[in-house]
Design a protein around this ligand. Structure first.
Ligand SMILES: *Cc1c(COP(=O)(O)O)cnc(C)c1O
Length: 434
């Protein structure tokens, strides 16, 4: 299968090239050249299938022309080695718990798959070293670092702002060693991102080393997220819900996650409609209401992984619907909630149902509570474990949360970092010396 740029001004490329390059040369995002509808019998079988089996079957449709069947199955099953249960919160509302992976957030799915796919592409290229650069304000760095840890032929450089990530987040990417280097930048997250962007444009660097990104613009990170949309629907139907009345609600930042869901629907998954849940950064919500896309600087909220002012995958949504606002609003509705409303939701859900939401999941849960129609079943994506936001969550609910063992174990490691100023020359010299 070939991948085309959303800008369409450059030739289509192979999966390998799309994954290694990340962004198309015309600065467009790669999309699969065609979307194949899954066979009818797949949906009949779906409710009784396991997550690894579903993932393998979907992966073979997406990537089967580019990766041999045995390798693809093995890497898919290895990437999806943790459960993603659908948990009933109350009548008609379910939580898809995406936080049972190594770093307790949904980004583990895409990061683990991408790492294994890059490892596969490197198998015959023993001398090739792919350098993954990732700027992080917390969650992306940990998922990518853990996903790529120990993968042959790949080195990871995580850039993070000194003193601006929580100790738990920092421990998840600074204690790993091996092929993961943590660069502590004297600056903000925006400085880190600017350094990474400049590196991709720097001729000397690109001439001397192969650089790639591992954020959600990479097709190998965003497409595998489709697996759990199929699995969520399967579990809801197996639990006796109406297969044609399922609504999926996605806490959205850069819109990679919901894009995967929209493509799953295009592959035949009978999701009735989607809700894109926003915090105060409601650029997409405003687009739905007005048809106008007006990016603006993000504001800080308690659901900080969704603090995005210009969602990078918005162009993929436009591309999927031929830039047609009417068609987009027919499939997707939106919502926007303030920090106060998010906090209120976390507190009241815990009191009424006993379910502890994290701030991101809370945005989506509230959208379902307010927006479901009669007969519909709502599934919200619980994108991170509440313990990742321990202080915030405890302050709001007044109830302590235990830190899961696998999160705590990161705290026992030794921190290893390289300190750098927010200066491109220093960063470039460092990379060239590696
Ligand atoms: C990254 C992230 C999001 C946003 O996902 P997108 O794919 O960027 O829309 C939501 N919640 C959590 C916890 C995240 O880490």
């Amino acid at each position: 299968m070939k991948y085309r740029s959303t800008k369409g001004t450059v030739p289509e490329v192979s999966l390998e090239e799309a994954v290694v390059k990340g962004l198309a040369p015309d600065r467009g995002l790669y999309m699969p050249e065609r979307i194949t509808v899954m066979p009818e019998d797949f949906f009949d079988r779906l409710p009784s299938m396991s997550l690894p089996d579903i993932a393998s079957e979907v992966a073979s449709v997406l990537f089967g022309e580019d990766v041999d069947a045995d390798s693809l199955k093995a890497l898919t099953v290895d990437a999806m080695n943790f459960p993603i249960p659908l948990v009933k919160v109350k009548e008609g509302i379910y939580s898809l718990e995406l936080f049972h992976g190594p770093t307790l957030a949904f980004k583990d799915v895409g990061a683990r798959f991408m790492a294994r796919l890059l490892g596969y592409f490197n198998r015959d290229n023993k001398d090739r070293m792919v350098n993954v650069l990732v700027a992080t304000s917390g969650d992306t760095g940990s998922a990518v670092a853990n996903g790529f840890l120990g993968v042959d032929g790949v080195r990871v450089f995580v850039l993070y702002p000194k003193g601006k990530v929580s100790p738990i987040q920092e421990a998840q990417f600074t204690t790993l060693g091996s092929n993961v280097s943590a660069l502590e930048i004297e600056g903000t997250f925006d400085d880190c991102q600017a350094l990474v962007k400049q590196a991709f444009l720097d001729k000397d660097l690109n001439d001397s080393m192969m650089l790639t990104s591992a954020n959600s613009i990479n097709v190998a990170r965003f497409l595998p997220q489709m697996f759990y949309y199929f699995y969520a629907w399967a579990q809801a139907v197996a639990a006796g819900n109406d297969p044609d009345n399922i609504v999926m609600c996605v806490p959205s930042g850069n819109f990679g996650n919901i894009c995967a869901g929209l493509i799953a629907k295009r592959m035949g998954l009978p999701v009735k409609r989607f809700i894109a849940a926003n915090n105060a950064n409601d650029i997409f919500y405003q687009y739905l209401v007005s048809g106008q896309y007006n990016p603006r600087p993000s504001v800080q909220t308690i659901a900080n992984a969704m603090d995005v002012g210009d969602p990078s995958n918005f162009v993929r949504v436009l591309d999927l619907y031929g830039d047609d606002h009417k068609r987009i609003t027919a499939d997707i509705s939106g919502c926007t909630y303030s920090d106060m409303q998010i906090a209120e939701t976390m507190k009241s859900a815990l009191e009424k149902t006993g379910y502890q939401l994290d701030p991101h999941g809370a945005v989506a849960y509230r959208a379902l509570e307010e927006g479901l129609h009669t007969g519909e079943t709502g599934i919200f994506l619980e994108t991170a474990h509440p313990a990742k936001f321990k202080e915030t969550v405890e302050t709001i609910t007044g109830v302590g949360i235990a830190i899961p063992e696998r999160l705590r174990s990161f705290m026992l490691g030794t921190k290893q970092t390289v300190g750098l100023p927010a200066d491109f020359k220093a960063f470039k010299n460092y990379l060239l010396s590696c």
